[in-house]
Design a protein around this ligand. Structure first.
Ligand code: N01
Length: 548
């Protein structure tokens, strides 16, 4: 337990009734673990806020039909810190469905008695740093004013919904739902003509489910995607028992291997003939598509020629699945395989063989406007009763900018991030002392296993807090130089791969006007080693302030 409560700047010495040691924004995976760790391991007084009506973060909001973890998930897309928690939760499928993830997080909140310190249905409207008092004051739409020494922003990398601004879209008179803000009441597609805009993970997961009920589904596609078979199946009792028994080793292996316990391939494509490589792709496709990226050959996301071979293999699969050659042609992706977030599907391409599904290629036939009852494209009118926007998020930076904290000298985050999302370690920023982000820009975030990544970042935050308290210091923040060096490191790491060549939410290209910058650290296990080294080295890159 640390001694924050006895520090000169602690809650104990603050006369405000609304003071605590740490405020956490967000009650998804990141926020829940931060609350547990800071409160129950460090002994801090903590208050958390979340706009949702319950725990779950992204899983509370993204309730669209077909939502599943888009990775080989169970039991690895889960907290790793407690063997007891591992033992008392049973996953049912290999690719966890959205409602099961939410049920798990509700169980975690109950097991660790977290909800009593979370205020739900509360939007944080601002956060301001008081330089003299070395404290953050957070305000909410419910009139709360709470101050704390530490501000932990677990605001979600995929939170702020991106809504297209097509002319007349607000005139559309039918039901309209964004996948990232899906209603909690059941949505019926029966007897309806449904238009879906967007073919990222959310669109590709939901379209097959919508098509099972709707009279007709019209998919409006801007970029065709590489989607791979999820091969979801029930987890066998033997598998479930084995992972619980082997959990310490699996956890160790996840930490070592970029978040998943699976070994990455060491095979070099040049050591194999074209036929042998093709055979391996077939095997990976049969096992579950994600392996194509991580387990086929070294350098798929770096070597252009090898990448094109894998891309063409997937295009061949699309051609073979989709019966109508013209529809198949429209579905063929032409960017580098894997440089947008890879999608795992359950029968997506097969859905285009149904009579009630049609595809509009927006590159040939762009949307021009909406009426009350239809989508008007350059070449036609598409009458619809319901619109589903699967158009993604202002990712990684968007949720922080929604809060727009004000740091030293009254500088807002919107001003600081006007042209670049600069951070140090993806967690802290110059001018914003004692403000920590979980999964912020420049951290591995969405490219690592997010629950585990959040746990490890929180452990590092706890280390910072301990260090401050043990040394009697009031605040820490990175230097401008450390931030600039980190920015350079993230950018050059990305530039050694094919990722930045593609327009994606990884680069901010999905949001008009957003600065272009690769937003994630590409090497998760190295990243966490770096965090440890920096702390061991006396927190290189940071400046500290005495307690005032
Ligand atoms: O969003 P996306 P998503 N007009 O940005 C299109 C995670 N996730 O919600 O590619 C027309 O990927 C856009 O087109 P383009 C996962 O990491 C996780 O699907 O930009 N179309 C694209 O097709 C995922 O990557 C789970 O040209 C427009 C689509 O909308 C991330 O969330 C489940 C448009 C948006 O795709 C985001 O996925 C689901 C416009 N104006 C999602 N604007 C899990 O299981 C955008 N598009 C954890």
């Amino acid at each position: 337990m640390v001694m924050t409560g006895t520090n000169a700047n602690s809650a104990a010495d603050d006369t405000s009734p609304d003071a605590c040691d740490a405020i956490i924004i967000g009650a998804g995976f990141g926020g829940l673990y931060a609350l547990h760790h800071l409160r129950d391991e460090l002994g801090l007084s903590v208050r958390a806020f979340d706009s949702a009506g319950g725990v779950g973060g992204t899983w509370w909001y993204n309730r669209y039909p077909g939502a599943r973890v888009d990775a080989p998930s169970s039991p690895f897309y889960a907290f790793t810190f407690s063997q007891e928690l591992v033992d008392d939760w049973d996953w049912s499928e290999t690719q966890t469905a959205g409602p099961d993830v939410l049920a798990y997080l509700e169980h975690v909140a109950e097991r660790f008695d977290l909800s009593k310190d979370i205020q739900f249905e509360t939007w944080v409207t601002g956060a301001t740093y008081d330089e003299a008092g070395q404290r953050w004051t957070v305000e909410t739409d419910r009139g709360d004013r709470v101050s704390a020494r530490f501000l932990i922003c677990a605001t979600g990398a995929l939170f702020v919904a991106n809504k297209p601004d097509y002319p007349g879209i607000d005139d559309f008179a039918g039901e309209c739902h964004h996948t990232g803000r899906w209603p909690h009441e059941p949505v019926s597609f029966a007897g309806k003509r449904v238009g879906v805009i967007g073919t990222g993970s959310s669109g590709i997961q939901s379209i097959p489910e919508i098509a099972k009920q709707a009279t007709h589904v019209t998919v409006f596609q801007r970029t065709p995607q590489y989607s791979l078979p999820a091969r979801n199946r029930p987890l066998t009792a033997e598998e479930a028992a084995r992972y619980k028994e082997d959990w310490p080793n699996l956890r160790e292996s996840m930490n070592r291997r970029g978040g998943w316990p699976f070994p990455t391939s060491r095979l070099r494509a040049s050591d194999h003939t074209a036929d042998e490589r093709h055979e391996r792709y077939e095997q990976m496709w049969a096992e579950g598509g994600m392996h194509l990226a991580i387990n086929s050959f070294v350098g798929v996301l770096v070597d252009e020629e090898l990448n094109e071979e894998v891309s063409e293999f997937v295009r061949g699969k699309i051609r073979s699945i989709v019966h109508d050659p013209e529809t198949a042609r429209k579905l063929l992706p032409d960017y580098h395989f894997g440089t947008k977030r890879l999608i795992l599907d359950n029968g997506y391409f097969e859905t285009y063989n149904r009579d009630n599904v049609s595809l509009v290629d927006l590159r040939d036939d762009p949307i021009e406007a909406f009426t009350e009852t239809a989508v008007l494209t350059k070449h036609g009118e598409h009458p619809i009763d319901m619109l589903v926007l699967a158009t993604g998020f202002d990712a990684v930076s968007g949720s922080m900018l929604k809060i727009n904290p004000t740091g030293r000298g009254g500088v807002s985050l919107a001003e600081k991030w006007d042209t670049r999302f600069s951070t140090y370690l993806g967690m802290m920023m110059a001018g914003y002392p004692n403000l920590f982000m979980i999964h912020g820009p420049g951290s591995p975030g969405v490219l690592f296993t997010m629950p585990l990544g959040g746990e490890r970042q929180t452990a590092w935050i706890a280390r910072c807090i301990r260090h401050l308290d043990e040394a009697g210091l009031g605040a820490m923040e990175p230097t401008d130089d450390a931030e600039a060096a980190w920015d350079h490191e993230i950018t050059s790491m990305a530039e050694r791969t094919l990722y930045p060549r593609t327009n994606s939410w990884y680069t901010g290209a999905n949001i008009p006007g957003k600065p272009r910058q690769f937003l994630a650290h590409l090497r998760g296990s190295q990243y966490f080693d770096r965090l440890a080294e920096i702390a061991d080295d006396g927190f290189h890159g940071f400046v500290f302030e005495e307690c005032r």
